[in-house]
Ligand binder design. Sequence first.
Ligand code: CP3
Length: 356
Amino acid sequence: MQNLDNDLYLRALRGEKVERTPIWVMRQAGRYLPEYRATRKQAGDFLTLCKTPELACEVTLQPIDRFGLDAAILFSDILTIPDAMGLELELEEGIGPVFNKPIRSKAMIDALAVPDMGSGLGYVMDAVGTIRKALNGRVPLIGFTGSPWTLASYMVEGSGSKEFRRIKGLMFEDPAATHQLLGVVTESVIEYLHAQVEAGVQSLMVFDTWGGMLSTSNYQAFSLAYMQQIVASLKSKHPEVPIVLFTKGGGQWLESMAETGCDGLGLDWTVDLAEARRRVGSKVVLQGNLDPVVMNTSGAQVATEAESVLASYGQHDGSSKGHIFNLGHGIQPFAKPDNMRTLVETVKAKSAAYHL
Ligand code: CP3
């Protein structure tokens, strides 16, 4: 394996002692950056950007070049899997992702198959290879997937949703069909992550954006159980590749999430970092959790709030696995690029005191 110039993120995820807190940001390549908007315009639309490895590579590196973050994340989307399954993804301006052929019947679930990783999703693996080459060992590359529950939610709803009437309706009325759907999505996710690792990603993150919409027992049965299968399969073949699980709104389930055998947990801003550390910090690394809206305020506010996140995790004294700085969810299009610079500089300057 190629040596990295900056392997702080991977060392932190392994629970090793590091000299300062590493930082990367969810959606770090996105619309708040003028250079991202320019490349997307050149591509024509978002999906073409994802499907053109050279352009996906270009936007992946934009925030690395500009801000000196400690990890790059593959530029793609979680909805590439259902797109490759034939649901036909489109990103509608002002609405978000929409499927032309959402799941509307049991027959459509029966007809679903694991997509071919070469013909269906080869562009993602090509992007990974292109990005690894362009990074040339500067920082590690994070690969990712949506959780089966989150992917199934979009597949059944056909778009984003507030109430999740269709997917929850299916879960309550036909749990067997829901498990069948989650099963084929899980198999696809597992193959997809194995392929990403083989193409060169150096750590993995599972985005369970909608698991937090479930009751505790349904979270266990319909979301966590499938993420557990994913962790088990990846760990059996690639034990050296760290895995971070992120259930937005999942703060009350951290103990059971930590028991999956994952290496880290992503936390949203509603979770108190000090309390999360007491609960699961000796088992897993914690990643997060500044409220993304702070990035739309002043630089002084960003610095103050970032310092309070560092203080909230506290001293890296060997009693816990450690902290990786991130936001509690993706950075928003309204964020000021200069605030990202302030955030990175603050974390780099102020975190060393917590690693003595
Ligand atoms: O973090 C990164 O920089 C890597 C790229 C990345 C994107 N989407 C790019 C993107 C990642 C990791 C994702 C994951 C993703 N996609 C999630 C999980 C994380 C989360 O936010 O909860 C979800 C739920 C999606 C589905 C999705 N894709 C939505 C809801 C949207 C619309 C969002 C919006 O703000 O309009 C997308 C499109 C999307 N994916 C954009 C980006 C940069 C915006 C596209 C654009 O207009 O240029």
